[in-house]
Design a protein around this ligand. Structure first.
Ligand code: NDP
Length: 293
């Protein structure tokens, strides 16, 4: 039940994630006010002690800390503009997914409303919120982070990335890029195995073993990238890997499985080899990803 000695918090947005956030704040004993565009999503939270506000302005006015978790940057701005009269003096924490540029733009807008701002990236799915597996990245006001860390820790481990409000979103999108790259490979692997009628679940343990082993590559890659030297500790050079890469297109044709998920990688490898870097590591293709502005 809410404990009046604890920091009160408002949650704007009761989708799957906003609901999980509000539940975790309530479970941590924090008095919690919620608002959602469509009525009817707050019943379960009200039963657990949440106050349900009728408008964004009413919800924002209710507490010193306001957490926003909506669909996208546009919906966040729309809702905050509606409740702008209540913003002065608040700490605003935007946990809606977005880009660094969107976070910086929102930070500039809320600064005009006398708001302390943190942007965040939630590294968890809703059922993980409040568990030790969840972590949330924050950037923006250091004072706001330090003052309310106990509140934020209700959601999972709170990690601060600096005063530039764009940095949490940058780290969030980098981590999601790693995740989606892995998912692409996992889905392709299951598609290939399935082309001969094998069950995915019997292949899954072997796939997990292989991918877990390959995470050992990350630290070495990081050293090569930081030193911009892709010859350090090479055990499987790029020319060899690019040559073997032809098999991914061929196996797709043989097994009638599209190779389009992995297709972008090989042209990058071949370009790098053609540029004279065949003796280096795969990591060097990072050089081809840098676009001059
Ligand atoms: P949902 O689709 O479940 O909920 C979206 C929420 O946004 C609802 O409350 C919806 O209101 C509201 N909304 C959408 N458009 C508007 C608008 N124009 N004005 C006001 N409210 C609006 O999404 P989630 O809760 O899952 O995700 C919310 C954020 O959390 C997203 O940015 C997502 O990327 C991020 N996130 C989600 C994760 C997940 O696994 N679910 C993981 C990590 C981050 P209504 O009920 O009225 O439609």
């Amino acid at each position: 039940m809410p404990d009046d000695s604890k920091t009160g918090v408002t949650v704007l947005g009761l989708g799957a994630m906003g609901t999980a956030l509000a539940e975790a704040f309530l479970a941590g004993g924090h008095p919690t006010t919620v608002w959602n565009r469509s009525a009817g999503k707050a019943g379960g939270l009200a039963a657990k002690g949440a106050v349900v506000a009728g408008t964004p302005a009413e919800a924002i006015a209710a507490n010193g800390v306001v957490v926003v978790c909506l669909f996208d940057a546009r919906s966040v701005r729309e809702v905050l503009e509606t409740g702008a009269e209540s913003l002065p003096g608040r700490v605003l924490v935007n946990l809606t997914n977005g880009t660094p540029g969107e976070a910086r733009e929102l930070a500039a807008w809320v600064a005009e409303h006398d708001v302390e701002f943190l942007d965040g990236g939630i590294m968890a799915v809703p059922p993980m919120i409040g568990s030790p597996a969840a972590f949330v990245l924050y950037s923006g006001s250091r004072t706001a982070f330090d003052t309310h860390k106990e509140l934020f820790d209700s959601l999972g481990e709170s990690l601060y990335y600096g005063t530039d409000p764009g940095l949490a979103a940058l780290h969030d999108l980098a981590l999601l890029s790693g995740m989606y790259g892995m998912f692409m490979g996992v889905i392709q692997a299951f598609a290939l195995i399935g082309s001969e009628g094998s069950e995915a679940r019997s292949f899954a343990p072997l796939l997990k073993r292989w991918i877990t082993g390959m995470t050992g590559f990350i630290d070495g890659a990081a050293e090569q990238i930081d030193k911009r030297d892709y010859t350090i500790g090479v055990v499987s050079n790029l020319a060899m890997q690019a040559g073997a890469g032809d098999a991914f297109a061929k196996v797709g044709e043989e097994q009638a499985i599209s190779a389009e998920l992995l297709a972008p990688l090989r042209p990058l490898m071949l370009r790098r080899v053609a540029d004279g870097h065949g003796h280096e590591d795969l990591t060097g293709i990072i050089e081809l990803l840098k676009i001059k502005k």
